[in-house]
Design a protein around this ligand. Structure first.
Ligand code: AMP
Ligand code: MG
Length: 422
């Protein structure tokens, strides 16, 4: 409807796939240039601007991976008893070398003594001898060969090697590795700032009492949370009334952020002024609508550089809260991912089995709130019962979105479909 209503005004309504492609293309140019130095323990979710190298070999010594006995494999194969010369625990070093026909008791994580080339698991030996003169041999039917149960010094990385490249998003595994490598401070990309402008004469702030004809502005809070989750810093601006001057003044304020989000006012109604005001500020639009349900009126564009101010990308998202959050997940999150340096991997799609049949829309890709349950070998996705794109309670009961591509008329229970994680 929107497309027809605005033909001739530079409208560009694209398919869901085209919209994603356009966002990822623009995202590849959109990284925030700011870098900051932060402590390792504050780095969860941040993205490395500078690689991390290890300051020592990993592991730093030949490390036993078992509790057992350090031996020369060839001696053990002979089947003879080996005198146990002593014990080396994690955190200690064996002075000297293993002598022929001997064994040294060793604990997981301890350095393997010089001269030993294998560790026999404690479960795989027979013991004899006295407390003063213990001895071991390989139990019946067991084998040991050189290298077994030992990770050699430097097998994982050599001192000076890059262990985490720039662009790595720091998670628990990366943080543990960085700590092992002595990296206490990291150079990471700054969180992009994201301004949030909500529009609508019907809105009142959370802290004000709504009149009977009014609704609370929930999108500022929902979008703020989405921005934080996606690694940005939200900047919530006051509510913009549906008047050109007011909207323009707030947009000009919002343009100081790295990315600008607008909620509402992008449909075809008389009071949907966002596109018009943005055009007045010289905006270029990459798309002005998406064949998507919910979320059809979404727009994406950029205000070019002017008066010494850098260009700023923006998304105009529909005001209905489910539409707002769906379009954020599909388009804004990948953009933010690229801006904070995490690479343009795009949305996190997985596949799951559809629990119940659902109708497709030949002209629209449907992206519907759903629950992914993975208590079987294959994850199953079930749509939540919803009153449509205003139903925030339904959205709150969901944990993902079911993506139903536009060509298919009907999806059957048991079909494998795409799921957008969030
Ligand atoms: P619009 O996209 O401006 O046509 O808004 C569509 C509908 O979304 C409105 O009628 C409101 O019910 C709802 N809405 C718009 N903005 C917000 C907001 N900030 N918070 C919650 N609901 C909103
Ligand atoms: Mg509105």
């Amino acid at each position: 409807m929107k497309a027809e209503a605005r033909v001739g005004r530079g409208e560009r309504v694209v398919s869901f796939d085209e919209a994603l492609e356009i966002v990822l293309q623009q995202a590849s140019w959109a990284r925030t240039p700011r870098v900051e130095r932060i402590a390792l323990e504050a780095s969860v979710g941040r993205v490395l601007a500078v690689p991390i190298t290890t300051d020592r070999d990993q592991p730093p010594f030949d490390r036993s991976t078992r509790d057992g006995f350090a031996v020369r494999a060839a001696d053990v194969d002979a089947g003879t008893w080996l005198a146990v010369a002593g014990q080396v625990r994690a955190g200690t070093l064996w002075e000297g070398a293993l002598r022929g026909d001997g064994a040294i008791e060793i604990m997981t994580g301890a350095p393997v003594p010089e001269g030993a080339d294998a560790v026999v698991m404690v479960e795989h030996v027979e013991r004899s001898g006295t407390v003063d003169k213990p001895a071991i041999r390989l139990a019946e039917g067991r084998r040991i060969s050189a290298g077994e149960n030992i990770v050699c010094r430097g097998a994982e990385a050599r001192a000076g090697d890059e262990v985490l490249p720039a662009g790595t998003q720091m998670d628990a595994a990366a943080i543990a590795l960085a700590a092992a490598c002595g990296a206490g401070m990291l150079e990471v990309f700054a969180r992009p700032t994201v301004s949030i402008v909500v529009t609508g004469d019907e809105l009142v702030d959370l802290h004000d009492a709504p009149g009977p004809q009014q609704i609370r502005n929930s999108n500022s809070y929902g979008l703020g949370a989405l921005v934080t989750q996606a690694g940005g810093t939200p900047q919530r601006l006051p509510i913009a009334r549906d008047r050109r001057e007011e909207l323009e003044a707030l947009i000009l304020q919002a343009l100081t952020a790295d990315l600008m989000l607008l909620s509402g006012g992008v449909s075809v109604g008389e009071f949907d002024l966002v596109e018009e005001v943005l055009r007045g500020l010289g905006a270029e639009f990459f798309f002005t609508g998406v064949k998507l349900q919910p979320g059809k009126p979404a727009v994406f564009g950029r205000i070019p550089e002017r008066d010494g101010m850098r260009g700023v990308y923006f998304f105009g998202l529909p005001g209905n809260p489910v539409s707002t959050q769906v379009t954020f997940a599909c388009f804004v999150e990948p953009m933010l991912g690229a801006m904070r340096g995490a690479g343009g991997d795009g949305p996190r799609f997985v596949q799951a089995t559809l629990a119940d049949a659902v109708q497709g829309r030949p002209e629209l890709t449907r992206v519907l709130p759903a629950r992914l349950v993975s208590n079987r070998s294959r994850p199953e996705v079930k749509l939540v019962v919803s009153q449509g794109s205003g139903d925030m309670a339904a959205l709150a009961r969901s944990n993902c979105y079911a993506v139903l591509p536009q060509e298919v008329e009907r999806f059957q229970a048991g079909d494998v479909i795409t799921v957008l994680l969030r």
